[in-house]
Every structure is written in C-alpha cells, then in structure tokens.
Design a protein around this ligand. Structure first.
Ligand code: EPZ
Length: 421
C-alpha cells in the first residue's frame, strides 16, 4: 500500500486543472447498459472507482477500452444481468446498474451494496422507485432480485429522511427511459452530475425534461442508441484544489472549475475571506495574508453546501481562529477525519451530527490514516499547511476519487511524495 509524505508550510502557486467528474462518470457508465450500440465517453478520470465500474461492465458482457481519459464501451452480445457481491461491495455506486439491467433485460440480480465508513447508506429509495415502475423485487441472501415484463411509467416521490438521493434519482431515471408511458420523479436530486446523466440519456434518444430541478419528467421510448459524450469537470475536486490554495495562502488558477456548480462553496469561502475570481477557463484563488473569519456550515442536497466538501472545509476552519460549527445533514457520521485532525493538534469536538471547531494558530504534522475518500482529502490539506511532516497511510481511499492529486499538488510547489508503506 502507498502512503503520502507531506512537508507542510509551502504556499501553493501556479496553475492546475480539474479532471472529469467521478460522480458523473459512474452512473453514465451504468447507462451504457441501456443500448446495444457502442458508446464513447470523454474526459473520464483515471480513478480506482472508474476501473471498478469497468470491471462490473465487463462482467455484465460489455467490452471496455480506456486510454487517455477516453472510454469506449461495446456490447459483446452476452446478456448477463447479475452484478455479484464481490464486485458491488467494492463500490456502492455500482448499485446503479440495477435500473438499466431491469429496463434492458426485464430482470436483474444485483448485490445490495452494504454500508460504508460514512454511513449505513440504505437503498430503500432506489427500490421504492423501481417497484413503482412495476418491478417485482425480492431481497434474498444479500441480493436484490428484480423482474418486470415491461416497466410502466408512474408518478414517484423520491424524497427521503435526508432529502433527495443522487443515485436513486439516477437509477429510477435510467429505468424509466425504456418504460411504457410517462414517469414523473418528485423530489429528484438536482446535482450537476444528475443533469449530466440526463443529458447523456437525452443524447442516447431518451425524452427527459426538468433535469436539475426537483421534478423530472421522462417519456419512455422503445430503445436508445449509442453516443459520443464528454462529461463535466469534477466540482468536488475543484473545491478541494481551491481550498488547498486557500489553506496554504497560495495563489492558484484552477482550470476547468465551473463556478456555477460551486455556488455554495464559493460563497462560504468568500465569507471566510478567501479572495476568488471567476476567469475565462476556471477560478483564480488570489493569495492573501488577511485573517480568515470562522464560519458555520450545514451540508445539504444541491444547491446546498456539498457533504463531499465538508472535511476539506473543516481543515480550513481548524486553523481559522474562533469557533465554527459544521453540521452534517446528509451523513451524520461523516466525521472520521475529526480524530485524525485532532492528532495534528486541531481542537474539534464532535457531538452527533455537529462538529464544533475551535480554530488554532497552526497544525502539527503527524502520522494519520485515511478512512474515506473525502476525509483523506481533508488530511492532505492539513498536511500541506501543518508545521513539520505528515504521513497519510491507506491512500487507496484517495485514489478512488482523485486523479493524481499528489502530482497536481507537487506541480504547485507542495513538498509531497508518494512512497510504498
Ligand atoms: C452520491 O451518493 C455521491 N456518490 C456521494 O459521493 C455523495 O456524498 C452523495 O451522493 C450525496 O451528495 C456518487 O454519486 C457515486 P444519496 P449517493 O443517495 O447517491 C440517504 C463521494 O465522496 N439515502 O444522495 O449514494 C443516504 O443515506 C461520494 O464521491 C436513503 O435514505 O447518496 C444519505 O443520507 C460519497 N435511502 C442521503 O440519502 C436511499 O435509498 C443522500 O444519499 C438512498 C439514500
């Protein structure tokens, strides 16, 4: 296993570029199951999660090719509809093959994904939506067995106890593209990645309206054809790079970052005192020595502050003098990074879905452990700004969702090395 060794205290300076969006790519890869034709997907980030999803598609009878950030998918005539536990359990997002398999083959057998370190991660909304479309669902031995002669469009409310669900919206939207009649999804997720998936489906010939709003209408069609499609940049990676520049007081142009996908994050950073400028092909973080102000944040479904940027913001608040309260409304247990930041001298107290951050002057480098994708990113930012050396172990978590983050930071001047553990 690899670890990252970071010598803190360097201001990041220069230009970096955001890769394609992981959370756009994964459901879009599942959507290629909906057609017999070839699909080409461009700007695909080279991540562990990308390889995991391609492995599942190959198991389901698709030929996959991936080079220079372009994925080509070709069905090979095999019509397999079972996604096994050993593959699904490695990455929860693979559960969104259920909707496409059901729509295409009228049956599917997909392993329940199980929970993960950030929470229980139920799939009840996925199952509710698919059964509303007429699927007969049975849960046995950790698998969902689904069958439907022909899916029938319906009016489906997909709101859950924590608001909308990104992948449940994707699963149901994909299934309803080949259903008979019209489907309306109420309380749909509005994330840019859901919009990207809808646009991919529309390019395949699906009839979808309202994507990006809480009400999406899908008119079922008989079949979908292949596409050549470029996915959007990763807004969470953009937020991570912007906060890396901010926390080190650096001066960085983050190319391909789209301000319209990051309003809540950019507004919060401006409140804190970070100087940001939207430029033609990205977002410029202007260096400043002025004192940052502590600010509270509450994570919410889009367009609220994204839970996937919560750990990174906590690192920024940990060295911003004063008190800030971080409320996690999406995954109340998503605080694995708190204990690790406190090992670096941070003063953070977790109370249920709240973390009270008492900002201090500086963090001290220490050996820490990555636990989930975004907590790992928060620890990298802490290492960049801490005094002394930080070693982050188990960085395969980071490699699931960031394309060469260490190389990008090194290019901006960070003293960061990837070494074998
Ligand atoms: C997507 O996960 C993202 N993953 C997550 O990013 C992200 O944190 C999450 O959306 C929220 O924005 C991908 O897109 C691959 P949800 P998803 O269904 O769709 C509850 C990352 O770091 N819920 O929107 O699985 C759920 O427990 C990952 O890139 C139900 O109750 O999340 C959570 O509290 C981590 N029942 C809330 O809804 C369900 O059936 C939002 O979850 C489904 C979800």
């Amino acid at each position: 296993m690899d670890k990252l060794v970071i010598e803190g205290g360097v201001r990041l300076v220069g230009t970096t570029e955001v890769s394609g969006s992981k959370n756009s790519l994964l459901p879009i890869l599942a959507a290629t199951l909906l057609t017999k034709d070839k699909c080409v997907i461009r700007n695909a980030p080279d991540l562990r999660d990308t390889l995991s999803m391609l492995r599942i598609l190959r198991f389901l009878g698709l030929n996959t090719d991936f080079k220079e950030n372009i994925i080509t998918i070709r069905p090979n005539g095999l019509e397999k509809y079972e996604a096994p536990y050993k593959l699904v359990s490695t990455m929860r997002a693979s559960f969104c093959v259920l909707g496409p398999l059901l729509a295409r083959y009228k049956k599917a057998k997909v392993s329940l994904p199980g929970g993960c370190i950030i929470g229980v991660r139920p799939v009840d909304l996925h199952l509710k939506g698919l059964s509303k479309l007429g699927a007969r669902l049975q849960i046995k031995e950790g698998y969902v067995f689904a069958e439907a002669k022909r899916l029938q469009g319906d009016h489906i409310y997909l709101g859950g106890p924590f608001g909308s669900s990104v992948l449940a919206t994707g699963n149901v939207m994909m299934a309803s593209t080949l259903a008979r009649g019209t489907t309306v999804i109420e309380s749909a997720a509005c994330e840019p990645e859901v919009v990207d998936l809808a646009r991919f489906l529309i390019k395949m010939g699906a009839k979808i309206k309202g994507e990006g709003s809480p009400t999406i209408e899908i008119q079922g069609v008989k079949e979908l054809h292949g596409v050549d499609y470029e996915i959007i940049p990763d807004r969470i990676e953009a937020a991570t790079l912007i906060m890396a520049a901010a926390v080190t007081r650096g001066e960085v142009l983050v190319k391909r970052a789209r301000a319209e996908h990051l309003t809540a994050v950019l507004e919060k950073l401006k409140d804190v005192g970070v100087t940001l400028k939207n430029v033609k092909d990205g977002i410029f973080v202007k260096g400043t020595q002025k004192k940052f102000k502590p600010f509270d944040v509450v994570t919410l479904p889009y367009p609220g502050f994204p839970t996937d940027a919560q750990a990174q913001f906590m690192t920024l608040m940990s060295i911003t003098e004063g008190i800030s309260v971080i409320t996690e409304k999406i995954y109340p247990d998503r605080f694995m990074h708190v204990a690790e930041l406190n090992r670096m001298g941070a003063q953070i107290k977790r109370e249920g879905p709240y973390a009270v951050v008492h900002g201090i002057k500086f963090l001290s480098g220490a050996p820490v452990m990555a636990s989930d994708l975004r907590a790992s990113a928060g620890l990298v930012l802490a290492g960049l700004v801490a005094r002394g050396k930080t070693e982050i172990s188990r960085i395969y978590h980071l490699d699931r969702g960031y394309e060469q983050l260490d190389a990008k930071l090194k290019k901006l001047g960070a003293r960061i090395e990837r070494v074998k553990e």
